[in-house]
Design a protein. Sequence first.
Length: 378
Amino acid sequence: MTLTMLSRFLHPDPRIRRELVDLLYTSLPQVSAIGVTSVTGAATLTLMSGDTGYAVISVFISITAAVRIASLFRYKSRATQFSDADVIRWEGLYGAGATAFGLALGMLSYRALELDDGPGAWIAFGLSMSFCVGMVSRAAIRPWIILTTAAVLLTPTILAGLLRPEFAYKLGAIMLVFFWLTLREASKHLSAAFVERLEAKHRLARQATHDFLTGLPNRAAFFQALAETRGNFAIIAIDLDGFKPVNDRHGHHVGDDLLRQVAERLSVCIGNPGIAARFGGDEFMMLKPVASGDAGCNQALALARQAIRDLSMPFLLTDIPVRIGASAGILVSADAATAGSTSQLMERVDRALYTAKRAGGGRCAWSDEGAELERAAG
């Protein structure tokens, strides 16, 4: 339900969504300050007037302020465990909390104007504007929150002003409408500029860890994933058979298209969890968690054979059907932290790949010395 309601406000990139929501929940100083100030102001009006309406609103303000502060602490303590769906839900919760607090302050202003309480109206309006100023810092992050909250905050004041017989109050109510419209335009521009900067930052970060041609993780990203791998894993080195003749005959643009299609097939083949990376030229690497013992070796062999089968199927390149092949070297090892250096692992799997290539291609070979060649299943 939350996802459906927020769908038109969500950024399409989950990483940017998470960063935006993380920034929302760094607002503890502002939320605490306006919460304490508002509770104090509402309690003061209650004590000065003895009005039951002020008392009820004071309780509402106190509850919403406490819930907002508690949610900030809760998010901070659990954010690393959240899925993308959790992040979306917490964005909605932040918006709901801000809107509820805005409604409470709006009710305070309405009650003051209803009672013709000049000092009370001044205090309530000052609290409302302080809240708006505090929310402006959130406008660049998630503008829908500030616009919804500001509308709920100002509506009771606008209604109370329009219901007053004095022209000055009615004029003030109309000016608040224009204030919200101005806030809306400012929020849109601030948000667009802020999100563009975030997108540029993520594009630069992706360029450092992904191959520009195929979109696959690059060598650095593969080594990082390997270093973080725990438990048994398989490394499969893939080298294309017959790629150079295609590249020489049809041109580099066709060769590039072929590499992109190879990357797509390997991405589907590796599945999740797992990573397929391009190391350069027509060489690719696959990293996959596997079971221990013989079961893990069987999984690795099945994956290597499947990759070779997938890459032996025809490719359609600018309406030209092209067939190539692939060779694979296989290494199965325990926890990467205790399996030796990365260079040693790469050297072992590379030797296995070269063994498969020297045997004529279309085969996979194990990294263990003396292991027999495995011809890829048709």
